[in-house]
Design a protein around this ligand. Structure first.
Ligand code: FES
Length: 182
């Protein structure tokens, strides 16, 4: 038993253990920092070797020959793949983007009613894309349609035409085409 006033001495072995533990901890921390730094550098190097590149699908596509579309119809042939309807009337062609102008759902073409109807909140659009019911604030957007050199319809989804901005009258928003032309 220790007497009062006597200095408290730890057993020699125990003191050494404390010292060793402290050193080990410092060494461990040091090595941890080194390996952590190496891991970060390696990750940066791998990222450099394999950069994140966005491969966007091309915005243009060929949609077949005009004769493949009957006058007075709306074709859903490219709706699934390209989100575009191709419509033909007596004067020619236009291409509509299959994206509701309310919150972006995909409307359905109802041939029997000659209208597009959005399943999300019930917006309705006429055959030409103009809105007439539901919460959609504006007509569907048109995308550029033209004739390619080989005579096929060429659609460019990147070029949009908005009716409320007076763009439906611009070249590309409508492709004049008559039966038997070219
Ligand atoms: S997203 Fe089409 S009506 Fe709301």
């Amino acid at each position: 038993m220790e007497e009062a006033g006597e200095p408290h001495l730890e057993p020699a072995g125990q003191t050494g253990d404390h010292l060793w533990s402290r050193r080990s901890l410092l060494a461990l921390t040091g090595w941890g920092a080194v390996f952590g730094g190496l891991a970060v550098a390696l990750a940066a190097f791998v990222r450099f070797l394999f950069p994140r590149v966005l491969f966007e699908p091309p915005s243009t596509f060929k949609a077949g020959f005009p004769a493949e579309y009957r006058v007075g119809t709306v074709s859903e042939r490219f709706k699934e793949r390209e989100q575009v309807w191709i419509a033909r009337n007596e004067e020619g062609f236009y291409a509509l983007l299959a994206v509701c102008t309310h919150l972006g759902c995909t409307p359905r073409w109802q041939a029997s009613d000659a209208r597009f109807r959005c399943p999300c909140h019930g917006s309705g659009f006429h055959r030409d894309g103009s809105n007439f019911e539901g919460p959609a604030p504006r007509p569907l957007e048109r995308v550029r349609i033209s004739l390619a050199d080989d005579g096929q319809l060429l659609v460019d989804r990147a070029r949009r035409y908005r009716h409320e901005l007076g763009e439906w009258g611009e070249e590309g928003a409508f492709l004049p085409y008559r039966e038997g032309q070219g």
